[in-house]
Write a protein that binds this ligand. Sequence first.
Ligand code: NAI
Ligand code: MG
Length: 356
Amino acid sequence: MNYKIALVPGDGIGPDVVAEAVKVLDAVGVKYGHQFEYETVLAGGAAIDAMGECLPQNTIDVCKKSDAVLLGAVGGWKWDTLPGDQRPERALLGLRKELGLFANLRPALLFEELAEACPLKPEIIEGGLDIVVVRELTGGIYFGEKGYKDTELGRAAYDVEQYAEEEVRRIAVVAFDMAMKRNKKLTSVDKANVLESSRLWRSVVTETAKDYPEVELSHMYIDNAAMQMVRNPKQFDVIVTSNIFGDILSDEASMITGSIGMLPSASLAKGNFGMYEPVHGSAPDIAGQNKANPMATILSAAMMLRYTFGLSKEADDIEAAVKAVLTQGGRTPDIMSPGKVSLGTKEAGDRIVAAI
Ligand code: NAI
Ligand code: MG
């Protein structure tokens, strides 16, 4: 099969880590007989320098006609003095909006080899951790009506949390589909004891569950979920939640796994289209020095294979290869510990390719 991938390397370490992900994808292509076709486009600071705007129309067009997008990171010191609406980071919001990316997937996967980086007690994480937070990305309080008004107590400010049935249903479907591909266990997180929007959320998720009789669905309040995430995180598999709760809970979950250099993410639209990127930024302090950990981006490419292309065996292969390199003791500087083998960005990529 032929797959079209738009590459948006961006700024800083973005090009360093995207190059390694491409190497890994090509190795998977050779092994399984797939053809990955790439078209590289500009966004962020690189686009500002070359074309005067952070998200050129051509970039949007190329992304739209591709099957998936692989993004490095955007931004950096060089553009820090630009006004907010002209900064490279605007390219991200623009892409999410233009591409209709309403579902944000953030796995929190703890490799046993890196367990010493986890802030939780060893007995809590024994056997590893593998959670995916499915966060609604284009609705809720971040996009609701907001404003100021005068009250008896002085100026008041408000932000409205509003969810329409269809917004909840489509994110619930993504989460149930994900649960079906994993361990058939889904936790929906809300605040239905207090919020009307959460009561609607809960009832739509429960309705959607009728189409997924094999999935074991439970509901949990956000305050309890935040507590359970550090008390007994192994109880979670797939979590689905609103924009604001997901923002907070996915950051909490990601801390459990240690380095930001290990964390992938996906943002999905209708019909399997997705944009895949590491959680970290452009790390200008180590850009171009062969120091960045490419694993977050390589694991993002694995998510692309699994969720957009339906190539789960190939995705498993990449994840197993990353794990193999860690087991061999290979470490980039961000995850280095005494007695391990020091690897640069390129060497880490080469080792993962070799393991595939
Ligand atoms: P950052 O994630 O770029 O860096 C934070 C720290 O983590 C730095 O010390 C960096 O060296 C380290 N780090 C990050 N990724 C790493 C990797 N793969 N391997 C090893 N070490 C790694 O966050 P920061 O410093 O807040 O932001 C730098 C720039 O990136 C800013 O312009 C920011 O706006 C932008 N940014 C872009 C994002 C995106 O494109 N999705 C996300 C977050 C920040
Ligand atoms: Mg956040």
